[in-house]
Design a protein around this ligand. Structure first.
Ligand SMILES: [Zn+2]
Length: 200
């Protein structure tokens, strides 16, 4: 066999392996989305990097997307592996903030215990980093936070886009305080952020 046919054969082998690999990956992706009726999916929103929030999941999962159905936010990783889900009804607030200050807004004490405050660690970064926190109430009526991070050149724009998309699904039990524009419970008679009286 001459060098030429060896090269041809290697190229053919490589192509076959590559195609098989692609088939395998796409098959698995399909599989992990099974059980999710495509007609139920209202929107798919990129939410950056999953930092923390689901008890049983390791942090720092890149390229997470949120699948919005009529009653759930379902969070999937890059290969559509499920990270977790929450009921839309349980969501109490969605916050977008600079990464260096967001920890002041997070209410769950468990997050402290889990050491999210690598978040607060002062690092010199080229670009500003942003976080989206989804605040929700678990079955024990305890407030939990799901935190996603956006980094890189487009972090501001990307986080704003995701935030705007997610915010549309905030249940109607919330309203905006007419004084400070923070999102508060519809039934509130005093704003928890600025303390203004809301009954009239
Ligand atoms: Zn207010």
């Amino acid at each position: 066999m001459d060098t030429y046919s060896i090269i041809i054969m290697s190229v053919v082998c490589f192509c076959v392996i590559f195609v098989l690999g692609l088939l395998y990956v796409s098959k698995n992706m399909k599989k992990s989305l099974e059980g999710l009726d495509p007609s139920e999916v209202k929107e798919m929103i990129k939410v950056g990097k999953y930092i923390i929030g689901f008890e049983d999941k390791v942090s720092n999962i890149e390229n997470v997307k949120s699948i919005i159905t009529k009653d759930k936010f379902i969070f999937l990783g890059a290969l559509n592996e499920k990270i977790g889900e929450i009921d839309i009804k349980s969501i109490t607030n969605i916050i977008l903030e600079d990464k260096t200050t967001i920890h002041q807004r997070l209410t769950a004490t468990r997050i402290l215990a889990l050491g999210i405050f690598s978040l607060a660690a002062p690092k010199v970064k080229k670009y500003k980093e942003y976080c989206i926190a989804i605040e929700w109430e678990d079955n024990d009526f305890e407030i939990q936070n799901l935190v996603f991070e956006f980094t890189g050149l487009q972090s501001k724009e990307n986080s704003q886009l995701s935030y705007n998309s997610l915010k549309k699904y905030l249940p109607k039990q919330n309203k905006k305080c007419p004084f400070c524009a923070e999102t508060i419970k519809r039934a509130a008679i005093v704003c928890k952020y600025c303390g203004k009286d809301l009954k009239d």
